[in-house]
Structure formats: C-alpha cells, structure tokens
Design a protein. Sequence first.
Length: 162
Amino acid sequence: MNTKKAIYTGSFDPITNGHLDIIRRARDVFGTLRVLVIPNGTKNPLFTLAERRALAEQALFAEPGVTVAVAVGGLLADYLKECGYNVIVRGLRSAQDVPHEFTNAYYNQSFYPEAETVFFPARPEWMFVSSSAVREAVRYGADVSRWVPPCVVRALAKKCCN
C-alpha cells in the first residue's frame, strides 16, 4: 500500500482563516497534515519564523491530525525526501495563482519525482483574503478579525500598534 503523507507550505505571515480552511479540508482528505512554515526570500515578513510558527500552532491547537513545523532553508523537495512526504497541498485563490503554483509544482516534481501537488480552490468567502492584504489593512487601523484567527488579531495589535 502506498501511503500518502501531505504537507501544506507557506510563509503564513500571518496565517489567515483562508489558510485554516485549506488546512482542515486537506487534513480531512489525507487524514493528517503537516503545516510547514517557510521563509520567502522575496517577501519582507512582519513576523519572524518563530512567531509565525507559534501563531500557526495557536490557531491549530484544537485540530487533530495537524502538526506545525518550520523549514529554514533548502529545497522543499529535499525536505519532502528527508521527512517522507509525497503530497504538497496548495490553495488557489484565483486564476492568477495558477501559473506560479504550476511552475512550483513542476520544479518540485522535477527535483523529487514522487512528489504530487494537490490544489484546493479557495472557498468564495476566502478568495480575496491574503496575508499581505491583512497586514496592509492593519497598518491603517482596520479591523481584520473576520479574516484571521483571534490569536493573530492580538499579535497584529501588538506588532503594529506598539
């Protein structure tokens, strides 16, 4: 029997309710899911890797079958091989995400042929929610509590308002 071990990667700066929806749905399909918080060299993060991991753990503490980890460098394909994962879960908010995500799927499979990427379309209520939009809204004093879990609301208030 070929066991599928799934992982959902992202910078999660911060984790949103859209991310949580994808996590729960993927966990329900695969039985378990690892959430892997990764750095993104093209972004200037608001939260450190450790803070992002802690927020993800707080947001997911009551979710059975979900674990959170951090990867600090190297190729995702190397992490998959080392830890025995063979399914990469990705969320798609809109058609604009497709070229980027398909390119990443191509390279991940090129470096690790056993890797399959599975896409979950965002539910309509989360299609326009992004971590960057949340960060921008908070900088202008907006209430983002409908888009992020309570632990993130508190962390954003401390980070952006002190």
